[in-house]
Every structure is written in structure tokens, then in C-alpha cells.
Design a protein around this ligand. Structure first.
Ligand SMILES: *[C@@H]1O[C@H](CO)[C@@H](O)[C@H](O)[C@H]1NC(C)=O
Ligand SMILES: *[C@@H]1O[C@H](CO)[C@@H](O)[C@H](O)[C@H]1NC(C)=O
Ligand SMILES: *[C@@H]1O[C@H](CO)[C@@H](O)[C@H](O)[C@H]1NC(C)=O
Ligand SMILES: *[C@@H]1O[C@H](CO)[C@@H](O)[C@H](O)[C@H]1NC(C)=O
Length: 498
């Protein structure tokens, strides 16, 4: 349903319906040829039937101004009824979102379409390519669901994934031999290990490359510095990576602006040096100075200490970026817990400053709802963060906090009231893999973004585990995601020029 809703929105945003129509149809035909062996009933059992709207509804929408060409498929009666019903639900949901604006006479869905095209997504022409590739990815998730090929036996793909993760891991420590080879763990073991050895020990192991993740690569050109904290006499450790081509101090003050990056690690692990390669990548892609924040961690400093450090750093960058880096704060982003903190910072800054020059958010597999989403509960024993680890992280960050308290927007940005930010929400890119219990978070948050009139890209990578971007070139999902992030940064920067 949510995927469908997102797809309906994104399809409305395409100004050249024919282009979209033809590409979507050819993709669909190819995929159907590949997959004609799996039957519709098993698809329904997988709970994916709602995504049929991806095929049906957008076609109707897209071809509205023109007479639709003959269908190449014959949808069953059941499918058609279900689709029509879903479509009605979606329109109803949409209308209720926009009815709060009394000035808009939203009489028909045709008018709604125009309204969306005109006021929500102005620079559409730049983005057709991205929108198309996103449609393609959403369709892949639906049509090429990895589980469907083995008749719902999911252990097959999970094993493949774990094997690939182990291969990746084997490369990490091998460059730097560890004293104790038995300390090399499989992805699955190390994920549950954190609960056993405790946070400080696990942090140490991560630096040695003894966890599921390769040991962090520290880039020598990175510069340590500090940002003053709200607590007198305290400074927040930070680190900045400049574009590689800028080597002198004068040159480094003339970047095109800055990125605020917030590292992941379940609010417990990682620090400002653990994402150097990713930050360097952002810096080189956009000619930007990338500042990454060494915020305080749980369980030593639980909520709200970490978010407060991030707010302080965010405010500092809004005020000083122009002077220090040659341009305003342009992007905010992070991974996992860093995605969560990024959104808290964005809402904090939107409230604190009437004018912001943010042009994009890069939110990789973030956790936006700290209660429990269906995918937190139902995804099973996923690599990197099985449900037990996720729970451990949440409890460390939010000790003794009731479910009701966790639903506060100051804790879970998913519950933020977006209405006051209409027209001010920066563009946002949400990425997530299908093997990630946090998949719901990205899809739902991205959809809420769109519903509030923001521009959002929701990119889903089939087979991607949690944290996949950290595996760099070793995982093909990470390569794809890096390519998409680069496209996103470049297109956001191009919009500044036009
Ligand atoms: C769109 O809305 C206007 C009122 O704002 C109305 O006059 C017009 O008939 C509507 N168009 C359609 C196609 O419903
Ligand atoms: C799933 O497939 C694996 C091998 O691919 C097999 O060992 C296992 O028994 C299967 N499980 C079920 C429930 O069919
Ligand atoms: C940067 O800070 C880290 C600790 O956060 C420290 O280990 C490292 O030595 C520092 N690097 C330099 C060049 O001072
Ligand atoms: C949380 O509850 C435990 C007992 O369940 C108690 O020992 C601890 O002090 C409490 N922590 C806070 C921050 O209230």
C-alpha cells in the first residue's frame, strides 16, 4: 500500500508520461518474461499484492491525456477489483492530506494531479532520469522478490547473503593480521556479540576489524576540530574532509558549501573517524567540505545527549559554513542511527532558522520510528542487526522509556508534524536494502515527506543488508547506492546553478 502510494506520487511527478509509460512497460514485459513461472497466488501470500498498483494505477494516470494503447497483459478479475479498491483508498488518503489547505478546491483527481505537478515538484525536468530509475527499482522489489523464486523458502537467499558478507569480512582483517584468528567472526555471530561483550569492548573490536564490518579506513587528509557544546567548557569532537583537489587552507575555504554527516552505529558505536571514505566520496562528488560529528554515545550518555550534540553542530554549521567553507550548509545525512539523528537535526534547524540553504538530505537505512514497525518485528533473523540487537541499541539509547514516550517526535522523527514545514522541506534521498529490518522506516518516512509536499526519492536495493553502504566496492548493492547518491548530489548542486 505504501509502496503503491509512493509510486502514485512519483508517477504524477513525471511530466512526460509517454516516456515513462514506454520504459515502464518494456521493463514490465521483460520482467514478466523472466518470471512467468511464479503464480499469482503465492504473490498474494507474500503480502505483495498491494504493489500491483505500481503496474495498474500509474498506467491509468500516466496515459490519461492520451488514449491508452491496448494492454499487453490481461489482469485477472480479482486483481482488477483489488486495484480499484486500493486506488480509491489512495485517493481518499491523498485528499485528506491536502484538505487542510482551504484555498485549494480539490474537486477532482485531475485537478489534484495538476496541483501536485505545479506546486510540489518544480524542477521536474532535471529529475526524470532519477524518477525513472526509481520506478524501475520499486518494480524490481515487487516483481523480482528474491524469495519468490524458491517458493517462499527464504533461507536460500539469506545464506547467499551471509556467505557474501563473510567474503567481504575476510578481506578486512587479512590486510592487517590479527593476533587471534579465532576472533574473526561471521556476520551473524558478531551481530549478537555486542550484547555479550558490552559496548566499549565491541567498539575496540570494530576498530580492529573483528566485527561484521571491515575495519574503518582513516583518511590521513581528514582534519580533527571541535565545535562548542551548549554545556559550558565542553567541545564536540568533529572531523572535516575536504575535496581531494583542494589542498591549501585558502583553497579549502572556497568549497561550494558543506555537508553535515552523522555516523551510524546504533547510537552506541562508531565515531567521527569511522566514515572517512564515505565523507571523502561526498566531498569529491559535490566539491563540498564534509563535517562529521563525534556526538556522545549510549549507554554512557543516553538520549538526549547525542541529539543535543548534533543540534549544536548543526546550528554552528548554519552560522559558520559560509565563512569556513565558502558556502552554506547544503546537505545533512547519515547512516542508520545517523539517519535518525539527521532528521532530528533537520526539524530542529527548520524550527530554529527561518531561512536555510539546505538542498538535500542523504539518509541511508535510517531508523525513524523508535517504537516498533512491522518490519522491525517481522523481518526475521537479518544479518548485521537481528531484532535482538536492534532492541538492545534502542534500549541503550532510550533507557526505561515507555512506548508512548518513544512516540514523541523529539524521539521518533516519524511522528513529527510536517504541516508547518510545507514548502520548506528540503529534498531527501532515502536508501535501504530489502534485507534490513529498517526498510519500513525509509519507505514510510519517505512517503510522509511526499505527502507533506516535499521531494523525496525512495531507493530500495534488492538483497541489500543493513549498513550495506559501508561495504564499499565489495557489495554490488553498495556500488549501486553510491552511484545513486552521486547522481543525487550532482543534481542537487546543478539545481543551484540553474
Ligand atoms: C478543477 O477545479 C476548478 C475549481 O478550482 C473547477 O472549476 C474545474 O472544473 C476543475 N476541473 C476538473 C477537470 O475537474
Ligand atoms: C529451503 O531450502 C534449503 C536449501 O536450499 C533446504 O535445506 C531447506 O530444507 C528448505 N526449507 C524448506 C522449509 O523448504
Ligand atoms: C583525531 O582524533 C582522534 C580521536 O577522535 C585521534 O585518535 C587522532 O589521533 C586525531 N588525529 C590527529 C591528527 O590529531
Ligand atoms: C531504569 O530502570 C532500572 C531498573 O529497571 C534502574 O536500575 C535504572 O536506574 C533506571 N534508569 C534510569 C535512567 O532511570
Amino acid at each position: 500500500m505504501l509502496l503503491g502510494l509512493a509510486a502514485v506520487f512519483l508517477n504524477w511527478s513525471v511530466r512526460l508520461p509517454w516516456d515513462w509509460y514506454h520504459s515502464a512497460q518494456s521493463i514490465r514485459m521483460n520482467e514478466e518474461d523472466d518470471l512467468h513461472t511464479y503464480d499469482e497466488d503465492s504473490e498474494d501470500e507474500n503480502g505483495l499484492s498491494s504493489s500491483q498498483t505500481l503496474e495498474e494505477v500509474p498506467e491509468d494516470e500516466a496515459s490519461e491525456p492520451i488514449s491508452p494503447p491496448p494492454r499487453t497483459t490481461r489482469p485477472s478479475q480479482k486483481r482488477e477489483t483489488a486495484t480499484k479498491e486500493l486506488y480509491r483508498h489512495e485517493i481518499f488518503a491523498l485528499l485528506s492530506c491536502f484538505l487542510s489547505r482551504p484555498s485549494e478546491g480539490l474537486v477532482s483527481n485531475y485537478n489534484l494531479t495538476i496541483f501536485l505537478m505545479a506546486s510540489e515538484l518544480r524542477p521536474v525536468s532535471h529529475l526524470i532520469k532519477l524518477v525513472q530509475s526509481r520506478t524501475l527499482h520499486l518494480q524490481r522489489v515487487v516483481n523480482a522478490n528474491p524469495y519468490s523464486k524458491v517458493n517462499g523458502n527464504s533461507s536460500y537467499d539469506l545464506k547467499g547473503l551471509l556467505r557474501r558478507l563473510e567474503e567481504v569480512e575476510a578481506r578486512g582483517p587479512s590486510s592487517e593480521p590479527t593476533a587471534n584468528p579465532e576472533a574473526q567472526l561471521t556476520g551473524k555471530q558478531s551481530a549478537s556479540l555486542i550484547t555479550d561483550v558490552g559496548a566499549p569492548k565491541y567498539r575496540e573490536m570494530r576498530w580492529k576489524g573483528e566485527s561484521a564490518f571491515p575495519a574503518p579506513t582513516v583518511i590521513a587528509a581528514g582534519v580533527n576540530f571541535t565545535i562548542p557544546s551548549r554545556e559550558p567548557g565542553r567541545n564536540i569532537p568533529c572531523r572535516v574532509l575536504y575535496p581531494s583537489k583542494r589542498t591549501t587552507d585558502t583553497d579549502r575555504k572556497q568549497c561550494r558549501g558543506s555537508v553535515m554527516h552523522i555516523h551510524g552505529g546504533g547510537w552506541v558505536l562508531g565515531d567521527e573517524r569511522s566514515s572517512d571514505p564515505l565523507c571523502q566520496f561526498y566531498a569529491d562528488t559535490g566539491d563540498l567540505a564534509v563535517v562529521t560529528v563525534g556526538y556522545r554515545h549510549a549507554p554512557e550518555d543516553p538520549f538526549p545527549k547525542g541529539p543535543e550534540d548534533c543540534f549544536d553542530a548543526g546550528e554552528y554549521l548554519v552560522k559558520n559554513s559560509e565563512k569556513d567553507y565558502g558556502g552554506p550548509l547544503r546537505f545533512i545525512g547519515g547512516e542508520s542511527a545517523g539517519g535518525h539523528l539527521s532528521l532530528l537535526v533537520v526539524f530542529h534547524l527548520l524550527k530554529a532558522f527561518s531561512k536555510l540553504d539546505l538542498c538535500g538530505l542523504i539518509l541511508n537505512f535510517g531508523c525513524y520510528d523508535l517504537t516498533e514497525t512491522p518490519s522491525h518485528v517481522n523481518t526475521g533473523n537479518t544479518p548485521i542487526i537481528p531484532p535482538k540487537t536492534l532492541e538492545h541499541f534502542r534500549n541503550a539509547f532510550l533507557p526505561n522509556m515507555s512506548l508512548l514516550e518513544r512516540r514523541s517526535p523529539s524521539v521518533s522523527p516519524y511522528y513529527e508534524n510536517l504541516a508547518p514545514f510545507r514548502g520548506r522541506l528540503p529534498s531527501a534521498l532515502f536508501t535501504c536494502g530489502t534485507e534490513d529490518p529498517l526498510l519500513d522506516d525509509s519507505v514510510m518516512m519517505g512517503t510522509r515527506w511526499l505527502m507533506a509536499g516535499g521531494e523525496a526519492y525512495i531507493k530500495i536495493y534488492t538483497g541489500g543488508p543493513h549498513g550495506f553502504v559501508a561495504f564499499g566496492e565489495a557489495l554490488k548493492e553498495a556500488q549501486m547506492a553510491m552511484g545513486d547518491i552521486a547522481t543525487y548530489i550532482e543534481q542537487c548542486m546543478e539545481k543551484l546553478d540553474s
